[in-house]
Every structure is written in structure tokens, then in C-alpha cells.
Design a protein around this ligand. Structure first.
Ligand code: PLP
Length: 430
């Protein structure tokens, strides 16, 4: 497969942009190849600068649940652009999208739009601190909540893949307020919350972890978390930046029947444009400026193009049977992958919730950060390169999710299974 144009572009990009990329995982270092430069996308397909075509399982890291360039989303964004791209003043579309979010998520009574998932989580933590008057936060090893200072402690794929324990530039004074504990470990959770409750503003969690590869919550974990935080007056924040509108229309909170105090959103609610949001109980949200003293602002927040893309996306997701169709398709695909692993004898632990999944190259169950790290990342790198050569675009790291979208056809998935089988055979030297 010819990649000369991508190679030229990468060389040019490195002159002007650190590492040639605007987000580190895109550099593909952990899979040992150079990034492809993408020039267009449609449905389940991505096209690179050399005009190679790929079946895409990254989906812009989650947002593209409808597939790329869905005609109704393109139409909505185009129409909005014609009316002006930003006013720095309130617009009717913000009310529409906010009302849709409030209606979709059982725990959200008010919502504030921002421009990224990072902004959402950062603002939610500030709000939790302002509301409780306490400083400490608890997060879980391997969960990623964006790149704000407080969260760069054992923080999921991007950081994991590079092997950086936190990051230089993050003051110790800030992370000393962050406690990171193992995911799915109810004992440590209870002990930590009881011991530190006097100083804890919030617990933030990915209700289904997606940034150390997909790791589902074990039965009872989220319920216990809810029960303890309620008892100890600690704000519970669900980071549903990936899972919101992905697992079901009501997100992970609907799927697992656990209502957090605050919810962070991003990815899908922007329909592929830059958006984030945080929302929750009225009593807490009323502490946000200008109603309350907790400051948070944004020049482009509630941007009309992003609102239009989000509304068009959610409208399509409201249609009856959409999530059943998506999740059934993903379940079938996952079963196919497990069967390929069994048949070829390559040890794979496949974790899947709804339409997000990770095949870990290990025979061990993957339930937390430590077990995820048992996966053979070098083997994944080889598999990644073989699949790419055959026109399948997987996440360039073992510790990421693969996303099935509504645009993947039976044929896309069937062909991907066949190519996976031949890749696995090559891994074994057959
Ligand atoms: C992607 C992600 C974020 C950060 O969102 P950005 O838009 O990249 O800032 C936060 N939390 C989770 C769970 C994510 O997957």
C-alpha cells in the first residue's frame, strides 16, 4: 500500500507542530508506524492522502456513532454555517440541545455546554469543590478524564502508552489532592472514601472504562460507589464523555441504573464538532456563574455549528430500535472476533459493552489497569500494522476502544473478521 503522500505530509507537519500531531496518540508511536493523513471520510470509510480506503473502527475516538459525514448532520451544519458561525450570545439551538440532554439523562436537570471533554471534567471538578467546600478528588487507575492537571495521575491510554507516570508541568501541589485507586476494587474504594471523606469533594469515574481499553464495571461496583458517596456527602461524577449516547440514549447511567450527581459529556453530543457538557442536579448546577459563585466561561461555548451537529445526531439516535440494532451488530462482531481467536489459538480477552470493545492480547481476565497492562502490546502493534495494510483502521494502541457505528455494514464486519483471522495466523507464523 502506497503511503508516500502521508509520509511527506508527516515530515512537513513535524516542522510546525510538536510531533507532527495535535494529540499525542495520533502519532502512532506505540504501534511503530507513522500516522496516516486523512483527507475525507464517508459512512464507515476513511480515505488517506494517498487515496487508500480503510474501514474505520476509531470513529474519531467515539463521536462518529452514525458514521462519517451523515447527510442529515452535514445538512444541519451547512445550514447553520450560512447563518453565521459564532455570535458570543445565546441562541435558540442551545436550548434545544440542552432540553434533549436533560430529557435523555435521568440525573441531569441543568446542563452547561463547553468545547471539549477536558473542559467538561475540569469544570465539573471545580463545581464539586465549590459546592462542597472540599478539595480532594478520587479517580481510578487507568481512567482518563482529559488532560487537566488534576487528572494526570495514572490516566489511561495516551499517558499509559507513552509510559509517563503523570506529566512534567503538573504541580505537585495540585495532584496531591488527587487519589487514584484501582478500578473495580470495592474494598479499597470503601476504605479510601471512609478514611478521606472529610476532605473529598468528588469521586470521578468512567462508568465503563474506555481509556485503558474497555473495562466494564463489575456487578455492584457502580451501585456501591453511589451508596458510599451518598452516605458520605461526596459528589459523584460520571465521566460519560465516551459512554453518553453511546451505550444507550441515556448513557451508562441508564444502562446500569445508577444516577450520579454530575455527568460529563462530549464526543457524540457534538456530532463530530468540538463540544463538551457538564450537568446534573439543579441544586449543584445553580452554583455555576452567573447564578452562583463558581466561575466557568467560554468564548465559543454553545457554538451554533456544534449545537446543530449535536441536535441532528441526537435526533437520529432517538429513532426506535437504533441502540438495539447497534448493540446487536457489535455483539455479533465481538462473538466473531472471539471465535477467530479460539480457532487460531491466539489468546484474546474480549471486553465489550454495547458498541465499544477491546480485544486484549492476553488470556487473563481484564478488570482493571493492572490486568490491562498484562496484554501484549507488541503483538497488538504487529496486528495493527497487518490490519492497516489490509485496509482496516484500528486504534493505534492496545489500550483503546474499538467502536462499531451504525454505518458499519454486515459486509464491513464480515470482511474485518476474515482479515483478523489471516492477521492472527500471521502472528503465529502460520
Ligand atoms: C475523550 C475523553 C475525555 C476528554 O475529552 P476531550 O474532548 O478529548 O478533551 C474525557 N473523558 C473521557 C472518558 C474521554 O474518553
Amino acid at each position: 500500500m502506497k503511503r508516500s503522500r502521508s509520509a511527506e505530509l508527516f515530515a512537513a507537519a513535524k516542522n510546525f507542530i510538536p510531533g507532527g500531531v495535535n494529540s499525542p496518540v495520533r502519532a502512532c508511536r506505540s504501534v511503530g508506524c507513522d500516522p496516516l493523513f486523512i483527507t475525507r471520510a464517508s459512512g464507515s470509510r476513511l480515505y488517506d492522502a494517498d487515496d487508500n480506503v480503510y474501514v474505520d473502527f476509531v470513529g474519531s475516538w467515539g463521536p462518529m456513532i452514525l458514521g462519517h459525514a451523515h447527510p442529515q448532520v452535514v445538512e444541519a451544519v451547512t445550514a447553520a454555517a450560512g447563518l453565521g458561525t459564532s455570535y458570543g450570545a445565546p441562541t435558540p439551538a442551545e436550548i434545544d440541545l440542552a432540553a434533549m440532554v436533560v430529557e435523555a439523562l435521568p440525573s441531569v436537570e441543568k446542563v452547561r455546554f463547553v468545547n471539549s471533554g477536558t473542559e467538561a471534567t475540569m469544570s465539573a471538578v471545580r463545581l464539586a469543590r465549590g459546592y462542597t467546600g472540599k478539595k480532594g478528588i478520587v479517580k481510578f487507575d487507568g481512567c482518563y478524564h482529559g488532560h487537566a492537571d488534576s487528572f494526570l495521575v495514572k490516566a489511561g491510554s495516551g499517558v499509559l502508552t507513552l509510559g509517563i507516570p503523570g506529566s512534567p508541568g503538573v504541580p505537585e501541589d495540585i495532584v496531591k489532592n488527587t487519589i487514584s485507586i484501582p478500578y473495580n476494587d470495592i474494598g479499597t474504594l470503601e476504605e479510601t472514601l471512609r478514611r478521606h471523606s472529610h476532605d473529598l469533594a468528588c469521586v470521578i469515574v468512567e462508568p465503563v472504562a474506555g481509556n485503558m481499553g474497555v473495562v466494564p464495571p463489575e456487578p455492584g461496583f457502580l451501585h456501591k460507589l453511589r451508596q458510599l458517596t451518598r452516605e458520605l456527602s461526596i459528589v459523584l461524577v460520571f465521566d460519560e464523555v465516551i459512554t453518553g449516547f453511546r451505550l444507550s440514549y441515556g448513557g451508562a447511567q441508564e444502562m446500569f441504573g445508577v444516577n450520579p450527581d454530575l455527568t460529563c459529556l462530549g464526543k457524540i453530543i457534538g456530532g463530530g464538532l468540538p463540544v463538551g457538557a457538564y450537568g446534573g442536579k439543579r441544586e449543584i448546577m445553580d452554583c455555576v456563574a452567573p447564578d452562583g459563585p463558581v466561575y466557568q466561561a467560554g468564548t465559543l461555548s454553545g457554538n451554533p455549528l456544534a449545537m446543530a451537529a449535536g441536535i441532528a445526531t441526537l435526533k437520529l439516535l432517538q429513532q426506535p430500535g437504533v441502540y438495539e440494532r447497534l448493540n446487536d451488530k457489535a455483539a455479533q462482531f465481538a462473538a466473531g472476533l472471539s471465535e477467530v481467536a479460539r480457532k487460531t489459538g491466539v489468546p484474546v480477552t474480549l471486553n465489550r459493552v454495547g458498541s465499544m470493545m477491546t480485544g486484549f492480547f492476553t488470556a487473563m481476565a481484564v478488570t482493571d489497569y493492572e490486568t490491562a497492562m498484562q496484554a501484549d502490546a507488541a503483538r497488538y502493534a504487529l496486528h495493527y500494522r497487518q490490519m492497516l495494510e489490509d485496509g482496516v483502521y484500528l486504534a493505534p494502541s492496545q489500550f483503546e476502544a474499538a467502536f462499531v457505528s451504525l454505518a458499519h455494514s454486515e459486509e464491513d464486519l464480515e470482511r474485518t473478521l476474515q482479515l483478523t483471522e489471516s492477521s492472527f495466523k500471521k502472528l503465529l507464523g502460520k
